[in-house]
Write a protein that binds this ligand. Structure first.
Ligand code: IVH
Length: 673
C-alpha cells in the first residue's frame, strides 16, 4: 500500500518530467525555468535512491533527453553558413535559372550543369581540418557564429578524425549534415517528435557520453574556406570527399536542364519512403565553381543554389473560426482555426489565410470544409473550399475595417511599383500605439538577427508585457530584476543569466541597431546598406533633426519606398522617444570602415547604357568585391561614370558638367587589372 502511494507520487513526477522535456525538445518552447526542471530531476533521482523498486524507462537517469547546457563556446564562422532559397514547382526552377542566366549575361539557350543532392533534414555542422586533423567542429548557430560542439561531433563514426590522403587540402572546413537514420530513431521515438529533433537534442548535450548513446550519422556536401583545394566543380568535390573518407549522399547526381532535374526529382520522391533517412527536397547547385564564384550571394542565400522542396501532405478539415493576427508592421493576417487534423505526422490546428484578398478570391468562410496543405517547415495553408458541403446559412467573411487591437483604421497601401493596391490590409497606427504591434515590435527587437538577447524569447516578451514590465524597447534595459526573481518559474540563477545576456547586448553594431527598430521596408540588407553609408547613429538621428533625408537619395538600393518609410518613422513621437532613450543606455558602434585593400577602395561608380557580356548586377557585384561603391545619381561626389552601349545622354552631360571621369567598360575593367 505504502509502495503504491510512493509509486503514484513517482509516476506523477515522471509524467511532469516527460511534459517539460516534450516542451523543451519537441516543441522547442520550454515552459519552466532550468531550476524548476533541475529540482524535479533531483526529486525523481532521490526517490529512486530511496526506493529501489522505482525504475521508469523515462527516468532522468536513463533519459537521453537531458537538457543540454547552453554554455558551449561561441565561435565565429570564417565564412558564413548560408541558407537556401526554396523552389516548389517548375516555374520556380525556370525563374531560378533565368535569374542566373541574366546575371551571367548568357542567352536563354545556354546549358547549365547542376548537381542534384537530396536534402537531408538534419542539423548542419562545420568541421575544421588542419593538416588532415579534425580540430574543431561548430554548429550553424545564426549562420555567422556557431557553437563549439567538437567533443560531441567526435563521437560520430562517419566523421574521419585523421585524413592522410596526399590531395587533402592543408586547411579546410568541411560542411555537412548530422542526422539520425529512421531505423535508429524508431528505438527512441517516444522521446522526440521527429528524427531531426533527436539529432539536434543529442548534438547539443553537454556530456559527449550522452551524445554517444544515439547513433548519429554525418554526410558531407560542401566546404567553407579552403587552402589547397584543387577541384573545379561540385561533382568532383563530392567524389573527392568519398576518397578522403567522408560519406556522401548515395543519391547525388550531376544533371543538365530543368526537365531532367524534374525527372530526377519525381524518381527520388517516389523512392522517398524506402530511404532510411528523412529528405525534404533536392538541393540543386551550379556545378562549376567558377560560375558559383561569379554568381555570389544574395542576402542569406547563394544565387547559385536552390532547394526544390517535395510536395506537401494534405488533409480535409473544417474552419471553426477565423482570427486576425496583427504583425509587427501592422499587417492583418487572417488565421483559420481548424478542427485539429494530422497531416503527415504533425497535428495541425491553424492554417494561414494569407490576407484579405486571398479570403475574397477563394471565398473562404467560417464553417467551410477545406483542403489544408502542409509542406515541410512552411505554415499550413488552405488550398480549396468544398462548396458542396457549405452550409446554406453561411455568410461571407467580412474583413475588419478597424484594427481589432487598437481600433485604428485599417488601410491598404498603393504600391507604386506594381501600380496596384496591396493585397495586405494594415493597421494605420505607426507602431507602439497599437498593443499587438508593440508586442511584435519588441519580439523583433530581441530576436536573433536583431539584439539577439539569449533567453528573451517570444513567450517571455508576452509574459513581461502582461505583467506591465515592458512597453517600449528601452524598458528591457531598465528591468526590475528583483521583481522578476519573485515571479513563478524564475530564480536567482535564471535572473542572473537574463541580466547577463541583456548587459552583453548593450554594445551593438549600427546595422543591427537600425534593423532592430523594425522600420517597415528596412530589413537586414537595407539596414546594412544604410549603416555602411551613414556610418554612425548620430548621422541617422540627424536625418530627421537636420532634415538630412536627401543623404539617403544617393544610396544604391534605397528607393522612394524605403525613404518614405524612414520619414514616417521619424514623424512619430514614440519612435523619437525610443531612439533617444536607447541612445542613452546603449553603445552603438559606428559602422566599421573596412580596411580593405581593394583596387577600387573609396571610389564611387555609376553605370549608364548596356554592358557587353556582363549584366548590370554582375558589374555591381565586381565593384563591391573590389571595395568600391555604387551610387544611383550623378553628383559632384561621383568618381567614375561607366558608359556602355546607348547611354542616357542626360547622365553623360551631367557627369561632364561635374567633371566626373567618364570611362568605357573596357577601361573600367583595365582598372581591375
Ligand atoms: S549546401 C550555401 N547541400 O539545407 C548552401 N545544404 O536550407 C547551403 N542541406 O543549412 C548548404 N543537404 O543544413 C547544402 N546537399 C546539401 C544539403 C544542404 C541539406 C541543409 C543545410 C543547410 C540547409 C539550407
Amino acid at each position: 500500500m505504502i509502495d503504491e502511494k510512493i509509486n503514484q507520487k513517482y509516476l506523477k513526477k515522471i509524467k511532469l518530467f516527460q511534459k517539460y522535456n516534450k516542451h523543451y525538445y519537441n516543441l522547442n518552447n520550454p515552459i519552466v525555468s532550468d531550476q524548476i526542471f533541475d529540482k524535479l530531476k533531483l526529486e525523481i533521482i532521490n526517490l529512486e535512491k530511496q526506493h529501489k523498486f522505482l525504475n521508469h524507462k523515462d527516468s532522468p537517469k536513463n533519459s537521453v533527453g537531458f537538457r543540454p547546457s547552453k554554455t558551449f563556446k561561441k565561435v565565429k564562422h570564417s565564412i558564413p553558413m548560408l541558407s537556401l532559397n526554396n523552389a516548389f514547382d517548375k516555374d520556380d526552377l525556370i525563374n531560378f535559372e533565368k535569374k542566373i542566366l541574366n546575371f551571367l549575361n548568357e542567352k536563354p539557350n545556354f546549358i547549365l550543369e547542376y548537381t542534384a543532392e537530396p536534402k537531408i533534414d538534419g542539423i548542419s555542422a562545420s568541421l575544421i581540418f588542419k593538416r588532415g586533423k579534425f580540430i574543431c567542429g561548430l554548429s550553424r548557430g545564426d549562420g555567422k557564429e556557431g557553437e563549439d560542439i567538437t567533443e560531441n561531433l567526435k563521437t560520430i563514426k562517419d566523421i574521419p578524425k585523421n585524413i592522410d590522403s596526399k590531395n587533402f587540402p592543408e586547411d579546410i572546413d568541411i560542411r555537412g549534415e548530422v542526422f539520425i537514420q529512421n531505423s535508429d530513431f524508431k528505438k527512441i521515438e517516444n522521446k522526440f517528435a521527429n528524427p531531426r529533433n533527436a539529432a539536434s537534442g543529442s548534438l547539443r548535450q553537454k556530456d559527449p557520453n550522452e551524445t554517444k548513446k544515439i547513433p548519429l550519422k554525418f554526410i558531407a556536401y560542401t566546404f567553407g574556406y579552403e587552402k589547397g583545394l584543387t577541384v573545379k566543380t561540385q561533382s568532383e568535390f563530392l567524389e573527392k570527399l568519398k576518397e578522403w573518407g567522408f560519406k556522401t549522399n548515395p543519391f547525388n547526381k550531376t544533371i543538365k536542364t530543368i526537365d531532367n532535374l524534374i525527372k530526377n526529382y519525381n524518381k527520388i520522391e517516389k523512392k522517398r519512403s524506402e530511404i532510411d533517412f528523412d529528405i525534404d527536397g533536392i538541393v540543386y547547385k551550379i556545378n562549376e565553381f567558377k560560375l558559383q564564384k561569379r554568381l555570389g550571394n544574395v542576402a542569406n542565400a547563394p544565387r547559385w543554389a536552390i532547394a526544390h522542396k517535395f510536395s506537401a501532405n494534405s488533409a480535409i478539415s473544417r474552419i471553426e473560426n477565423i482570427e486576425i493576427q496583427i504583425g509587427r508592421t501592422g499587417a492583418l493576417t487572417p488565421v483559420a482555426k481548424i478542427k485539429s487534423v494530422n497531416i503527415g505526422g504533425v497535428v495541425v490546428s491553424n492554417a494561414t489565410l494569407h490576407n484579405e484578398e486571398e479570403i475574397n478570391r477563394k471565398d473562404i468562410r467560417i464553417g467551410d470544409t477545406v483542403l489544408i496543405e502542409r509542406a515541410g517547415d512552411v505554415i499550413p495553408h488552405v488550398i480549396s473550399v468544398d462548396l458542396k458541403l457549405r452550409n446554406r446559412n453561411s455568410k461571407k467573411f467580412s474583413f475588419p475595417k478597424i484594427c481589432p487591437s487598437c481600433g485604428s483604421k485599417t488601410v491598404k497601401d498603393y504600391n507604386f511599383t506594381t501600380k496596384k493596391e496591396d493585397a495586405v490590409r494594415r493597421c494605420s497606427s505607426e507602431g507602439y500605439e497599437c498593443e499587438k504591434m508593440a508586442i511584435e515590435k519588441i519580439k523583433h527587437f530581441v530576436s536573433k538577427e536583431a539584439f539577439n538577447i539569449e533567453g528573451f524569447g517570444k513567450k517571455i516578451v508576452e509574459n513581461f508585457w502582461n505583467l506591465k514590465l515592458i512597453r517600449l524597447p528601452q524598458d528591457i534595459f531598465k528591468l526590475d530584476f528583483s521583481k522578476i526573481e519573485s515571479l513563478d518559474g524564475w530564480g536567482k540563477l535564471s535572473v542572473a543569466n537574463l541580466k547577463y545576456s541583456i548587459n552583453l547586448r548593450k554594445t551593438i553594431t549600427f546595422e543591427k541597431f537600425i534593423y532592430s527598430l523594425g522600420i517597415r521596408h528596412i530589413g537586414l540588407e537595407n539596414a546594412k546598406i544604410i549603416a555602411k553609408n551613414l556610418k554612425s547613429l548620430k548621422n541617422f538621428v540627424e536625418l530627421s533633426k537636420k532634415n538630412n533625408f536627401k543623404d539617403l537619395i544617393n544610396i544604391d538600393g534605397i528607393g522612394e519606398t524605403q525613404i518614405n518609410s524612414i520619414k514616417n518613422f521619424f514623424k512619430n513621437d514614440t519612435n523619437l522617444d525610443v531612439l533617444e532613450n536607447l541612445e542613452k543606455v546603449l553603445n552603438v558602434k559606428n559602422a566599421e570602415i573596412k580596411k580593405t585593400n581593394g583596387l577600387l577602395n573609396n571610389k564611387t561608380f555609376m553605370f549608364t547604357g548596356k554592358l557587353v557580356n556582363m549584366s548590370r548586377s554582375e558589374a555591381k557585384s565586381i565593384i563591391e568585391q573590389n571595395s568600391g561603391s555604387i551610387v544611383s545619381n550623378v553628383t559632384k561626389k561621383l568618381d567614375y561614370l561607366i558608359v556602355g552601349e546607348k547611354p542616357t545622354s542626360r547622365k553623360v552631360d551631367a557627369a561632364r558638367n561635374f567633371k566626373v571621369k567618364i570611362l568605357n567598360q573596357f577601361s573600367w575593367l583595365k582598372m581591375l587589372k
